[in-house]
Design a protein around this ligand. Structure first.
Ligand code: BTN
Length: 270
């Protein structure tokens, strides 16, 4: 039996405000696309789409997200949380942290699992300091004028995967490869939703402060040499506006708010 089969009943019993109604699909194009289309048709807060397989899974910055059928947790949840457009980027950080915490719990470690700003989740290997990607988050929003009508949080987590395509060249990992005992997509889904349900309304209402300490402890880029949007230097944390702070060789501390952090040195992530 699939480790997702019991998820709907378990989520209903948990009383979480997210995860219902739940649509569980053997195959779809992209759960984010389904969620966005349903949001436009009036789907309620908490609606969720989970797929065993996606034929057109999407990542950030136009990348594709590929996963073999049944091996990953692939889902999108719709938030109707009141949120100013300027705070939308913070919800990506909230989602990344919720995923990090759920994966850390599944691996029974608090130190090996980190967030790569803005919202990838990576696992440090047990031997050295190399970090491999285990999850990615794609947050998309629907605006009506200056109002946020809906926020789709799409998450992919490598769970049972034991081998990755060559092009990922050792840059990806999974709960199974990291030695999680009997990883379950259903319980991972529950834990991620619990984190999101707790933190998203707080951050949407009052900014990053309620989670800033936890996010800083989970920051996998701190102290690493990075390049973001043409700024190169040493990452010195995430500020309360959710920006990555980069110390340039000239000594300036530059807050960077968009783009992807490329890392020099031994951090490896797709
Ligand atoms: C990234 O790493 O760039 C983000 C990847 C997000 C992938 C998830 S899988 C479920 C949801 N549906 C999609 O098409 N994308 C997200």
């Amino acid at each position: 039996m699939s480790d997702l089969a019991a998820a709907e009943a378990a989520l209903r019993a948990s009383g979480l405000p997210l995860g219902a109604p739940l649509v569980l699909l053997a195959e779809t194009t992209s759960t984010n696309d389904l969620a966005k289309a349903a949001a436009r048709e009036g789907a309620p807060h908490g609606s969720m789409w989970v797929a065993e397989r996606q034929t057109a899974g999407r990542g950030r910055q136009g990348r594709r997200w590929t996963a073999a059928a049944g091996e990953s947790l692939l889902f999108s949840v719709l938030l109707r949380t009141p949120c100013a457009p300027s705070r939308l980027p913070l919800l990506s950080l909230v989602a990344g942290l919720a995923v990090r915490d759920a994966i850390a719990a599944a691996l029974a470690t608090d130190t090996r699992v980190v967030v790569k700003w803005p919202n990838d989740v990576l696992v440090r290997d047990t031997k050295g300091s190399a970090l491999r990607k285990i999850s990615g988050v794609l947050v998309e929003s629907m605006l009506a004028g200056s109002e946020v009508e809906g926020i789709v949080v799409g998450i992919g987590v490598n769970v049972h995967t034991r081998s990755f395509p060559d092009e990922l060249g050792g840059r990806a990992t999974s709960l199974a490869l990291e030695g999680a005992p009997a990883p379950s997509r259903g319980s991972l889904l529950h834990d991620i939703l619990a984190g999101l349900a707790r933190d998203a309304p707080l951050v949407a209402a009052s900014g990053l402060v309620p989670i800033h300490d936890r996010l800083s402890r989970a920051d996998g880029l701190a102290g690493r040499e990075v390049e973001v949007g043409g700024v190169r230097g040493i990452a010195e944390g995430i500020d309360r506006e959710g920006r990555l702070l980069v110390r340039t060789p000239e000594g300036a501390l530059v807050p960077t708010s968009s783009g992807e952090a490329t890392v020099r040195g031994d951090l490896v992530a797709r």
